[in-house]
Write a protein that binds this ligand. Structure first.
Ligand code: MG
Length: 256
């Protein structure tokens, strides 16, 4: 069931979105060669608590998982696409790291991801990051009065086509707000005009995941980390977006 948010929820989502953007910015600035992913998790806890929020991924048990997620943020390095668990892994010059964070602010949930370089990265990886961010911008720009879920995926596909990049299948965006994951699914591929209609009051997380190779992922032994099947580099950007009364999008997870 798609949940249309109330005015009161939307106000809280606006405030929470701004906070999440600020936290992700500070985390991005902390990324450098030689630090562990665990230290970024500790910083996440500090920043989220200081902002009066709670880290919603900590102890979250997604459907089908046999144990809850043990940390506050998903940190996925290089060929890891999503759901990497912070630990004693040391970040090296040339790595790319996706920081995927969900916060609970005053009872509402916001979800956003950035992928950032560690030190100096290869030009091809720099391009992957920049194109993935642009794919997200294109997807958001496809939202207008009368648009459907299929328009979003179509926009990502059309944008990515000339660059010979993979679009990760089997993972998609989703409704968000009252819970971490709500209906509908928002795939990063699709047909124009198909799928659910995007109506005012809907809040969705849009999150293209692109790779320099394969479109399939495999799960690691930790039960969470999903990695590209061919070990190719991947990138992931995500915003929580509100469909406004006029049918156009408002990005909630930015510092206005
Ligand atoms: Mg998400």
């Amino acid at each position: 069931m798609i949940i249309i948010k109330t005015e009161n929820e939307i106000e809280r989502l606006r405030k929470g979105g701004k906070i999440l953007a600020g936290i992700l910015k500070q985390l991005s600035e902390a990324v450098k060669p030689g630090i562990t992913t665990e230290s970024l998790d500790a910083l996440t806890n500090e920043l989220v608590a200081k902002a009066g929020c709670t880290p919603a991924l900590l102890n979250y048990k997604p459907e089908g998982a046999d144990h809850p997620f043990p940390k506050s943020i998903c940190i996925s390095v290089n060929s890891e696409v999503v759901h990497g668990i912070p630990g004693n892994k040391i970040l090296n010059d040339g790595d790319t790291v996706a920081l995927d964070l969900v916060i609970n602010y005053d009872g509402v949930f916001l979800d956003s991801t950035v992928t950032v370089p560690v030190g100096e990265i290869a030009p091809k990886n720099k391009q992957l990051l920049s194109l993935t961010k642009s794919a997200l911008d294109e997807a958001i720009a496809a939202i207008k009065p009368g648009a459907t879920v299929g328009d979003i995926g179509h926009a990502v596909e059309q944008f990515v086509k000339p660059y010979r990049l993979g679009i990760v299948r089997g993972l998609s965006g989703h409704g968000v707000g009252r819970a971490i994951h709500e209906d509908p699914y928002i795939p990063n591929y699709g047909k124009k005009g198909k799928g659910e209609k995007l109506v005012p009051g809907m809040v969705i997380a849009i999150e293209p995941m692109l790779t320099r190779g394969a479109e399939d992922v495999i799960q690691m032994r930790d039960g969470y980390t999903l990695k590209t099947i061919d070990n190719s580099r991947s990138a992931h950007f995500e915003h929580t977006v509100l469909i406004k009364e006029d049918g156009y999008p408002e990005v909630l997870t930015i510092e206005k």
